[in-house]
Design a protein around this ligand. Structure first.
Ligand code: 5GP
Length: 176
């Protein structure tokens, strides 16, 4: 680990409260049906596991991994599937679970890719949104928190694979 400074942006309690609210909204949206969560690895794994335990409807989960940043903090824009879903999504109500929307390029790619496999419906929930950095028009259907343009870590989010286990979300700044 290099020399970095961390400032808490969202505490574990704030996140837990908001996750419960999101789960209630999502449970209402899919009431009477079943939702298939598509968890985008690895960053969304903590959010997805908390969210699914708060949902009041039948749930399935599948996982997908795509490349985005590599070891840098700036998006290259290139997206590649590293791990595809295990099951067919034909006719299913899909909810993509993402940690953060930044430029929007990753979700734009994932949505187009999954829509071509003909799910019944496709929506997106993201814990965090940085709308200031959008490169493509993309609006999540459900969003936990809109945040300013900072690089954040914790609650599943990493910097070079470190810090994913932090219970809250912190801003990571290089030491001047
Ligand atoms: P986008 O394609 O929207 O630019 O980026 C989406 C992906 O970039 C996220 O799933 C996440 O992996 C990564 N990302 C974007 N912003 C941040 C950030 O502030 N912190 C971390 N750790 N990852 C980020």
């Amino acid at each position: 680990m290099g020399k970095e400074r961390m400032t808490v942006l969202l505490s574990d309690l704030e996140i837990a409260r908001r996750v419960k609210e999101l789960a209630a909204e999502i449970s209402r949206e899919y009431a009477g049906g079943k939702v298939t969560l598509v968890c985008v690895l690895k960053g969304a794994v903590v959010f997805a596991s908390d969210l699914m335990r708060c949902l009041e409807i039948p749930v399935e989960i599948d996982f997908m991994a795509v490349s985005s940043y590599g070891s840098e903090t700036k998006s290259s824009g290139a997206v590649r599937i590293l791990k595809d879903l295990d099951s067919s999504i034909l006719g299913k109500d899909l909810l993509i679970v993402e940690d953060i929307v930044d430029t929007g390029l990753t979700l734009d790619y994932i949505c187009k890719n999954l829509l071509s496999r003909k799910p019944r419906s496709l929506k997106v929930v993201t814990l965090l949104d940085k709308p200031a950095r959008r490169k493509v028009k993309f609006t999540p259907d459900f969003c936990g928190f809109e945040i300013p343009d900072h690089f954040v870590i914790g609650y599943g989010l990493d910097f070079n694979e470190d810090y994913r286990q932090l219970p809250g979300i912190c801003i990571l700044q290089p030491e001047p």
